[in-house]
Design a protein around this ligand. Structure first.
Ligand code: IMP
Length: 200
């Protein structure tokens, strides 16, 4: 018997994240729809102090705005020498409208001379189904180190300065990044939960 397909709203405006999720959920009986597909242009508030709180706040907000089963994520970088900063402020590290390059250049400047360059990416995904009241969160982490200069042209965000086993995320193929990344790991947990839930 074939499982009935379900629609899932992926509440992100990021084409990069959407592409990653399409690859990761490719074998599931799910049709991903985006905020753009549904004509939702308003942005959910993001006022939490943890990745979990932000992901849940976004998933609930977009589930209410759309009436759809909704997946939202929140992610960021935690740097040991900065006591876990920038954390939930990763996107705004160099200011409210900072570009990826401005953000990572500021981080490299703040880390100049630092010997302990350990860092980790964290991604929390929240899955909210208003029809059943179900709310779940899934957390993926990726441990690595900050480089002292950017390397590579792939990926996005802080990928050119985040190194795992000698290569930055921007020096890896998308499939290699998925296998290692915080989002790949969180999405694999979501995919496993969905696979058992959607079993015919
Ligand atoms: P948000 O989850 O979209 O709010 O992203 C938070 C911040 O973390 C942004 O500055 C992103 O560029 C950065 N970020 C999230 N995921 C990644 C990644 O996989 N690689 C590099 N930077 C990332």
């Amino acid at each position: 018997m074939t499982a009935p397909r379900r629609r899932l709203l992926v509440a992100t405006g990021s084409a990069n994240k959407l592409r990653e999720l399409q690859r990761l959920f490719g074998d599931l009986p799910i049709d991903l729809v985006t905020l753009h597909d549904l004509g939702i242009t308003d942005e959910a508030p993001e006022e939490g102090t943890t990745f979990e709180a932000n992901a849940l706040q976004k998933a609930r907000w977009y589930a209410d705005a759309s009436g759809e089963w909704t997946l939202a994520d929140d992610s960021g970088l935690e740097v040991a020498a900065l006591n876990g900063a920038p954390g939930v402020y990763t996107r705004r590290y160099a200011g409210p409208h900072a570009s990826d390059v401005q953000n990572y250049e500021k981080l490299l400047a703040d880390m100049s001379g630092a010997l302990n360059r350990d860092a980790r990416f964290v991604c929390t995904m929240a899955l909210v189904d208003r029809a059943t009241g179900s709310e779940r969160t899934f957390r993926g982490e990726c441990a690595g180190r900050l480089t002292t200069a950017p390397r590579g042209t792939g990926g996005f965000g802080y990928d050119p300065i985040f190194e795992v086993a000698g290569r930055t995320m921007a020096e890896r193929t998308p499939a290699e990044k998925d296998a290692l990344s915080h989002r790949g790991r969180a999405a694999a947990l979501v995919a496993a939960a969905l696979r058992s839930e959607l079993r015919p």
